[in-house]
Design a protein around this ligand. Sequence first.
Ligand SMILES: [Fe+2]
Length: 183
Amino acid sequence: MNIRVIKAQVEPVHVEKENVAPAEPNNGKQQLIQELIAQYNSELETAMNYLAISENLKGMKNEIVREALAADVAVEMGHAKTIAARLHIMGVTVPCSLCFKAEQSYFKKELHDDVVQVIKGVIRAEKGAVARYKKIISLADGLKDWSTVDEMSPILTDEEGHLREFLDFYQEFKTAQSPTVGE
Ligand SMILES: [Fe+2]
């Protein structure tokens, strides 16, 4: 008994070395950050265009579209704020206006009087947002970045709701602008 105790005391303790991979660039995280910054810019641009169109679009029959866009301005800015806060927590500097690059050419002001063109533009913007949030969530999931997954998932739900709303508007307004023969 005593021999066993002594043996146990003198046996060297074997410590497994941690399986640490050599340092290498975290391309997945960099890609996630790039997508978050791109979507941050897109949210700001979307809010800017929805605000302009909600004022520029004329006509009583277009009131429902104007109201929907006006309400979405605050929602899209909220999305931008959530992304900015997430970037800050991840240690990334949130870009300023000098880094901003407009891309939504389908919202040019010449089209703001054509409600069907406006609706088609919103559908395009929302489809782009849905696709990018799915990409962001997929990238974050692959990195086990559960906080980003949790924060971006409700935004994806918002964007899918906007998309459905404007797909329905499209059916309604497209029909209204294309009367059947005999009317
Ligand atoms: Fe958004």
